[in-house]
Ligand binder design. Structure first.
Ligand code: GLP
Length: 249
């Protein structure tokens, strides 16, 4: 696991955008795995400005998002589908049929999960997967004690994640869906050729320390990334402040 410590959030965004940009420049039909949450918003902003500057072309790129709330239609303002269009897709030249996000309002949710997993397999896996991290160490919506063998499936959100994500629902936790579809840990580990995990802010400092330096345990789902052979963690100084090994700095 390579750990880069950015001086501030803007630098984190620039470093991660450069990884994607270089990848897409070298492989025009790259498959990208994308994440939601506030952390990648600045990365997407940077990618939009790189696109506007003519430095990156998304016309042949395919994307797969990590997760989506169950029960929300793609047009629901709090759906991850809506989030991705607002923060990235509507500003760049992606082909609409190259964008993949689980459909949260599919009445056949289990079938949706299986089809999604198959679509990633058929695409040949994911070249670069962007991940955020929950304060409890979750990746995607794989909450603590998710099985490391899990594939894309329906998941129950933990109480702490419901509270943390309530800010996107006008601050009201009651409005946060209790279920979601998420790529599983096995999906992420097996299908991602390269993983870039982003973390910003002191509320992520414990999770980052446990992920990188603690035991590999389902109590901290992100700790499994220690077993992946191509992971780059980009953390700002606040998120990195509890790391013990000075060699990262
Ligand atoms: C959500 C998403 C995760 C994301 C996490 C952290 O729960 N499902 O993929 O990593 O939030 O979000 P933030 O970046 O807003 O802290």
């Amino acid at each position: 696991m390579k750990i880069l410590i950015a001086n501030h959030y803007e630098e984190l965004c620039k470093l991660s955008a450069n990884i994607i940009k270089e990848h897409v420049q070298a492989k025009k039909d790259a498959v990208l795995g994308l994440a939601t949450g506030s952390t990648p918003v600045g990365l997407y902003k940077q990618l939009i400005s790189d696109y506007q500057a003519g430095e990156i072309d998304f016309s042949k790129v395919t994307t797969f998002n990590l997760d989506e709330y169950a029960g929300l239609s793609p047009s629901h303002p709090q759906s991850y589908n809506h989030f991705m269009h607002e923060h990235l897709f509507q500003h760049i030249n992606m082909q609409p049929d190259h964008i993949h996000i689980p459909q949260g309002d599919n009445p056949q949710l289990e079938a949706e999960c299986m089809v999604y997993e198959d679509l990633i397999r058929q695409a040949g896996g994911i070249d670069v997967q962007i991940l955020g991290i929950g304060a409890n160490g979750h990746i995607g919506f794989n909450e603590p004690r998710s099985d490391f063998e899990d594939r894309t499936r329906i998941v129950k959100l933990s109480e702490s994640t419901i509270q943390a994500n309530a800010r996107f629902f006008g601050g009201d936790p009651v409005l946060v869906p209790r279920l979601a579809i998420s790529m599983g840990i096995k999906t992420i580990m097996e299908f991602s050729k390269q993983i870039v995990l982003l973390a910003s802010g002191e509320e992520k400092a414990d999770a980052i320390q446990k992920m990188a330096e603690g035991p590999v345990t389902t109590d901290v789902p992100a700790s499994i990334l220690q077993k992946h052979n191509h992971v780059t963690v980009i953390a700002d100084q606040k998120a990195a402040q509890k790391l013990k090994k000075a060699s990262y700095l």
